[in-house]
Design a protein around this ligand. Structure first.
Ligand code: FEO
Length: 172
């Protein structure tokens, strides 16, 4: 059985994962309108992954005798300045998500809820991977700068990365 404090923290995390999914969906849609097919494929998949993160929490809360709250979502931006701007926002967003997850882990220790603590370790590992991927992408973009040929190849590369993200998901 979840304590009220843990249930609240997990419900807050459900909202954060849902917001992440919505945020990346807005980025994906913008990229699609710019003809950035690789970038939009990558972001649509990333959005789906965040929804999966949210659902995993929803099921956990309900199975542990709590009640998952499906949140109202804020409208994400519909315009972005550039690909670099998108991935900068994505990295900053993931850093914020990692901080929130660490906060939930802290609460688990305070409440001595080792089951939820164990469950949250999956999110801790996932965040390490997501932040690392976002940093790698930002390094590439910083190297490319405004070179159009470089950006074209970058967009094509992302299509390839998207395939491997998918493979990762299907093995879970
Ligand atoms: Fe589920 Fe990328 O935070």
């Amino acid at each position: 059985m979840l304590s009220g404090k843990i249930e609240d923290a997990l419900n807050k995390q459900i909202a954060i994962e849902a917001e992440s999914s919505q945020f990346y969906l807005a980025m994906a849609s913008w990229a699609e309108t710019q003809g950035l097919n690789g970038t939009s494929t990558f972001l649509y998949e990333h959005s789906d992954e965040e929804r999966m993160h949210m659902l995993k929490l929803v099921h956990f809360v309900n199975e542990r005798g709590g009640k998952a709250i499906i949140p109202v979502l804020q409208q994400p931006p519909s315009e972005f300045e550039s690909i670099t701007n998108i991935f900068e926002s994505l990295l900053n967003h993931e850093i914020m998500v990692s901080e929130q997850i660490n906060h939930v882990v802290d609460i688990c220790l305070q409440e001595k809820d080792y089951t939820t603590h164990n469950f949250m370790q999956w999110y801790v590992s996932e965040q390490i991977e997501e932040e690392a991927l976002a940093r790698t992408i930002m390094d590439k973009l910083n190297m490319i700068g405004t070179d159009k040929g470089g950006l074209y190849l970058f967009d094509r590369d992302l299509e390839r990365i998207s395939g491997s993200v998918n493979k990762g998901q299907s093995t879970e």
